[in-house]
Design a protein around this ligand. Sequence first.
Ligand code: AP5
Ligand code: MG
Ligand code: ZN
Length: 216
Amino acid sequence: MNVILMGPPGAGKGTQSELIKKEYSIPHISTGDMFREAVSNGTELGNEAKKYMDEGNLVPDEITIGIVKERLSQPDCQKGFMLDGFPRTKIQAEALDEALKDMNVNIQSVINFSVPKEILLERLPARVTCKDCKSVFNKKFNPSSSGNKCEKCGEELIERDDDKGETVNKRLEVYLEQTNPVLDYYEKQGILYNLDGNRSTEEVFADIQNILGSSK
Ligand code: AP5
Ligand code: MG
Ligand code: ZN
């Protein structure tokens, strides 16, 4: 099963990915997570990506396409994969199709979460992520039962640099300008599913299971 999750910053792509990964046992490929990992490791890729991420801009296509192709070539993607936050431009979508043709596989479903801007602006500044296991919580809507620590592993919960101040508005703007048009690309292919992401995590996941079918 090969799936793409789309939607604006804060729509719940990462949150639903955790549930999909558990249910369907496919690797979760988040370009945002890969870039953040590179930033925290201080690699050349990380230093380059950070310049764009701190501003709320997209990392250039050629860099992003390169890391996704390399990731898709890993053996664990042969049984299927889930892309979160990629593709984000039409050029990325076309490059992905080319790469998939070479691999002889297709995307079955592109699931898009819609959430009103005012809700996204409430969710993002309240997001915290576990430093170690990367579980995502929300101080307002979905707090960790262990307070300032991760309820799963006890590690510290941290805020994302790009969830602060003007960067949030910039990310939403960039989404509307550059990523929203990618939805048309998949609509034309007849594989786009639009979901109302402004409901409980469980309700949204139930719809995803209806789209993806049983894992058994
Ligand atoms: P990335 O990490 O992909 O960030 P994003 O797309 O902005 O999305 P988010 O991770 O902010 O939101 P999400 O949808 O995962 O929401 P989450 O589940 O966490 O990208 C970061 C940066 O990297 C980009 O700005 C860019 O610079 C670069 N980049 C990445 N990919 C790129 C690409 N392809 N090309 C170029 N550059 C790229 O949920 C958010 C919060 O809401 C959480 O606190 C959660 O607990 C809460 N929440 C979730 N669901 C619900 C619900 N149903 N009800 C209430 N609260 C909820
Ligand atoms: Mg995310
Ligand atoms: Zn944790």
